[in-house]
Structure formats: structure tokens, C-alpha cells
Write a protein of this length. Structure first.
Length: 597
């Protein structure tokens, strides 16, 4: 069936907007041809998600001239200029998928459960563990108050302890929680723990909850088995959560494959692209209320969601988390603290507004840097190796402050960063998006930076599950906009000290040579798809990822912004002195041509 797909229509039903795209096979390759959008209609007065979907289809019909609908029925299969071969969809409408996880040990089974839930596209509201220092009645009250869409319960290796995980099941039974949607239904609980405890868990929970039992997340200490639980979460998401959201039953009867949670679909796309090119990828989707970070390192996929870091509904949380001085350090002009707070509160109460003044835009971009940085820090702390596993270390590692296995994210080996979400995808200039991402993620060595042009990663993620070729072709040709390559230092030094020499050899034989001092930034012209060889020699105190004073020679690819040589050091921090800092920021902005003079 997947080979006969010539015309595909896909929607992403977001919390505010339903976005539809049309993908057509042109000759031998797939291309995204038209897009339409309409307000999402889950809430009153419509209370029917399909209204928004039909409205977005109507816009597609108008733009493409293709007849897609016959009344309210999709025309399938496609023939000439009518109909489509398949309709697919993702959704985060109605607040997405909200879960609680419970595990016997906080840093082991509970952490594995959290990773499974996040990877399936959920927001994790709380993690309950036998050793989380809360009293039994506090745990019961917490479960009752939060009203999640479902609970994932895990604990014990196969054949190991049974008592802790049964105790957690008893707390869930005592709380007798009601689901957020569909009051008459039982709350779904997935048990993915010690198989020896399955019968006892069944006795405790089967009458009070809609219990599903699946394979253990940690069958042995040395291994995580997250796929069965993730699959079960997505199935229950459709059966219980989606089925009770207004209009979803009808929508599910239209789609050719099950509806996927939006973040789960973006994760699928990240994994497909990392696998295809065998690279390490970090992706981010920054929204109004939450920021999702995805990573694939050596084939291991991780996702985290920072539920309180966003650019509209939770913009005040970003300020609370990072502190106002961290926002001000990115601004090249003087501004009163109270003035910043007022502008931020305005954005929070009017979330759909966009900046009117250049000053407002620069302030929004400063906040975005901090939201991205904080979300990435949180991701690094959760994307870790398995806890509880004995690792052999040699003597040199024993003395290191931080164990190497703490985080799987190695910035020196990161090949690609993909940015998505309004503030990045719709930045007035692409150079602004590139600058925000370099400042927030602080890549080291040689890294390609790209942005999702119109936020179609969710659509392509669900498509990748049925036709990977179509999804990756559209992803590379129409979705990803390559901004350029960033070559950066990996250590810090003294401002103004001699730092590095570079020679760039273009394909036509032309060469460019120059030197940079520490704290400088250079953006060179290298068009999208163009290649060049860079030879950079750092002075003896500086490192580009190969060791101090060691030169690197690499072939790099350009982008719509160009080639960035970043000698500002890591960690990146603008000068403490107010006047010096403002001058620095202005110079960096000018190097990128980020804002009008």
C-alpha cells in the first residue's frame, strides 16, 4: 500500500492551530506542495476537532485546485486532480498527553519509566517513587489531585523484589483517581515492572483502573526495554484520551494510520534522519507553553519536555527560572527592569501578539535564548546512561569531577541541531534564528545548524512510520532550511587575546585568510549546498575539539546564513561590565547582520 501513495494529506491539530499539508509525488520524488491552516475547534462553541480539520482542507483545496472533499467525506484514492491516497494526523490539542509515572527506585525504574513516557510524547506531571521521601498519604493525595490521563507503573527487575511495586499499586488504588477527560471511564494504568508481581498488581488494580500489563522496562539492571511501554502508551492515548476528546472518534475513522501525539511524531522524524545519515542530532521545538528537546546520540533516542518554559503562556516562568539579569545580558541597549517585567506580563496575557518594535523583538529573542538554554540543560541531565549499573573505571576517571557517563550528550560529536517552533521558524531573518541557537546550545567543534521552515516535522514523523522515503525526501527538500555550519572553540580564555588563524578554500580555488581574537565572531559567505575546506589553527591555549593548539582541517557545507567561526569560547558569557557588554552584543549582531542598523 505504501508504494501506491502519490498524494498524501496530513494534519497536525495543535492547541491553537490545525495545520494541513499536501504532499505529492512529482516524477520520482515526493514534495510538499501546498499548506493550509485553520483555528483548532476542540473547545466551545464548536467542541468538534473535525471542524478545524475540514476548514484547513478547504484552504488546501482553494490553493491547490485539487478536490479533496465530497461534502464531509474524503475522496480516496486519488485520480488526476481529485482525491488523496491517504490521510494521516498528529495531535496535541486539549493539552496533549499528561501522565504520571511511578517506580520503585527514583534513579532507576522511575527514571526509566519517565524516559518511556517522554519518548511516547507525554508531559510527565510527577514522578512517584518508593524512596522519594513523601509519606503514603501525601502520595495518595498527589495522585488524586493531579488527575493525569494515565499512569505508568514500573519497578523491580524480573525475579527481583515485589513488595515495593505492589505498595505503589496500593497507593494508586487508594487514590482511586479520575481521568481528566471522560468522567465515566476508568483511568488507564500501564504496568511495566517485575513479571513476578503481575498477578498481585492485577488483584490490586484491575477493578479500579483500566489496567494494561506489558513487558518490564528494566528486565535486568544492565538493560532498558522502553519500546513495549511506549507502544502501549500511544495505543491507550488513542483508545482513552483521544476517544473522549470532542470529535476525535470521527477523526480517527478518517485517518489511514493511528493518530500520534505531536511530540512523539517529531521524535520519529528525528530518529529517521539520524538513522538515514548515521549522525548525532539534537532537535528543539519551542512553543507557547512548553519546550521539547530531542536527541539521538549513537542511535539512542531521548526526549524531554520542559512544561514550564515557553514563549507566551509560560514566558514569566522563564524569567523566574533564569533571573532577569540573564535576560538583560543579551540586550545591546539599556532598559529598566520594571519595563521588561511589564512587557513580559503583556505577552503572557495576550499570548498571540507578536513584537511591534525592534526593541521588543530583541527582548523576545533574549528570552528565547534562555528558554532554549534551560530546556537543553534539563535535557542533558535526563539523557543519561543507566543508573544502578556497576561500571568499571580506570584510575584517571576516578579522579574526574563528573563521571563521563552522566550525560549522553557530547557536544563535540554533535553533527546537526534542528530548531523549530514559532520564535525560530518565523524569525524575521534566518540569521536571528541561527544566532539564538548558537547562543543557547553553544555547539563545540563543527556543527550544522538548521531550522524547520514551516513546522511540518510532526506531519513527516507520522508519515515516516508508513513511508520513510517520502518523509525523509520532503524533510530534506522542503522542511529543513540549512542555516550553515558553525565552527567553535571548546574552551574559554582572556578577551582580546590572540586566538586562531583560518584559511578557507572555496571550490573555485579562491582562498580567504584572517585571524580572530578571543571574543570575536565571523560570518563568511558560503551558500546553501556549497562546500569549502576550512583549515583553522588555534594558538596554544585554545582548543577546537582536537586538543589545545591542534589545527583542524574539515570540509564544511554552507547555508542561507553562511559559515560561522565562533571564537567567543565555551561556556559563552558576555562581559560583566554593562558598556563593554552592550558593545560586544552589538558587534556580534552586526557580524550576523541579524537586525536592521
Amino acid at each position: 500500500m505504501t508504494n501506491d501513495l502519490n498524494v498524501i494529506v496530513a494534519t497536525d491539530c495543535g492547541s491553537t492551530t490545525t495545520k494541513a499539508i499536501l504532499i505529492e509525488k512529482k516524477g520520482n520524488e515526493y514534495r510538499q506542495t501546498f499548506r493550509g491552516e485553520a483555528p483548532t475547534t476542540v473547545e466551545a462553541p464548536f467542541e468538534d476537532v473535525t471542524r478545524g480539520v475540514l476548514n484547513s482542507f478547504a484552504e488546501l483545496e482553494e490553493l491547490s485546485g485539487r478536490k479533496i472533499l465530497d461534502g464531509e467525506r474524503l475522496i480516496t484514492p486519488s485520480k488526476d486532480n481529485t482525491g488523496v491516497d491517504i490521510y494521516i494526523s498528529t495531535s496535541s490539542a486539549g493539552g496533549g498527553l499528561q501522565m504520571m509515572v511511578a517506580g520503585a527506585v527514583k534513579t532507576m525504574s522511575a527514571q526509566s519509566a519517565q524516559k518511556a513516557a517522554l519518548g511516547a510524547g507525554a508531559i510527565v506531571m510527577d514522578v512517584i517513587a518508593s524512596n522519594d521521601k513523601r509519606l503514603p498519604h501525601e502520595k495518595i493525595e498527589r495522585i488524586r489531585d493531579l488527575r493525569p490521563d494515565m499512569i505508568l507503573l514500573s519497578g523491580g527487575t524480573d525475579g527481583g523484589t515485589v513488595t515495593h511495586v505492589v505498595e505503589l499499586a496500593e497507593y494508586i488504588a487508594a487514590a482511586n483517581p479520575k481521568p481528566r477527560l471522560g468522567m465515566t471511564f476508568q483511568l488507564p494504568v500501564i504496568y511495566a515492572g517485575n513479571k513476578d508481581a503481575q498477578d498481585r498488581i492485577g488483584d490490586v488494580l484491575k477493578d479500579k483502573t483500566a489496567l494494561k500489563i506489558t513487558d518490564n522496562l528494566r528486565p535486568v539492571l544492565e538493560m532498558e526495554n522502553l519500546s513495549p511501554a511506549r507502544q502501549e502508551i500511544q495505543n491507550l492515548f488513542l483508545e482513552h484520551v483521544m476517544a473522549h476528546a470532542p470529535g476525535y472518534k470521527k477523526l480517527m475513522s478518517w485517518t489511514g494510520v493511528p493518530i500520534m501525539p505531536t511530540p512523539g511524531a517529531v521524535g520519529e522524524m528525528m530518529q529517521a534522519i539520524a538513522k538515514k545519515d548515521n549522525i548525532n542530532v539534537v532537535g528543539v521545538d519551542i512553543g507557547g507553553a512548553t519546550t521539547d528537546v530531542f536527541s539521538v546520540f549513537d542511535g539512542v533516542f531521548n526526549r524531554t519536555v520542559s512544561a514550564n518554559l515557553g514563549m507566551s503562556y509560560s514566558i514569566s516562568n522563564v524569567i523566574a527560572e533564569t533571573g532577569i539579569e540573564n535576560i538583560m545580558k543579551w540586550l545591546p541597549f539599556d532598559i529598566d527592569e520594571a519595563d521588561i517585567r511589564n512587557r513580559i506580563k503583556n505577552k503572557m496575557i495576550r499570548p498571540t501578539t507578536i513584537p511591534q518594535l525592534l526593541e521588543d523583538l530583541k527582548l523576545e529573542h533574549s528570552i528565547a535564548r534562555e528558554a532554549l538554554r534551560l530546556a537543553f540543560e534539563q535535557h542533558k541531565s535526563l539523557a543519561v546512561g543507566l543508573k544502578g549499573v556497576q561500571k568499571q573505571r580506570d584510575i584517571s576517571e576516578t579522579f574526574e569531577q563528573v563521571a563521563k557517563d552522566e550525560t549522553l550528550i557530547d557536544m563535540n560529536r554533535l553533527n546537526l541541531i534542528v530548531g523549530s517552533g514559532g520564535v525560530l521558524s518565523h524569525a524575521p531573518r534566518r540569521s536571528q534564528a541561527m544566532m539564538m541557537m548558537i547562543d543557547a546550545f553553544q555547539p563545540q567543534g563543527v556543527t550544522m545548524i538548521a531550522v524547520d521552515s514551516i513546522f511540518m516535522m510532526p506531519h513527516l514523523g507520522v508519515l515516516s512510520t508508513i513511508n520513510e522515503k517520502a518523509a525523509t525526501e520532503v524533510f530534506e527538500k522542503d522542511c529543513l532550511i540549512y542555516l550553515g555550519t558553525c565552527v567553535s572553540l571548546t574552551n574559554s580564555g582572556k578577551y582580546g587575546s590572540s586566538c586562531l588563524d583560518y584559511i578557507i578554500t572555496y571550490l573555485n580555488g579562491e582562498k580567504k585568510e584572517d585571524s580572530l581574537v578571543y571574543g570575536e565572531l565571523k560570518v563568511l559567505d558560503l551558500k546553501e549546498g556549497e562546500k569549502a575546506e576550512v583549515e583553522i589553527t588555534p594558538t596554544k591555549h585554545f582548543d577546537l575539539g582536537e586538543g589545545k593548539g591542534k589545527k583542524i582541517v574539515k570540509e564544511v557545507t554552507g547555508g542561507v546564513v553562511g559559515l560561522v567561526i565562533d571564537a567567543r569560547g565555551r561556556p559563552l558569557s558576555p562581559s560583566k561590565g554593562k558598556d563593554v557588554r552592550a558593545e560586544q552584543i552589538l558587534k556580534w549582531n552586526m557580524a550576523f547582520g541579524a537586525y536592521p542598523d
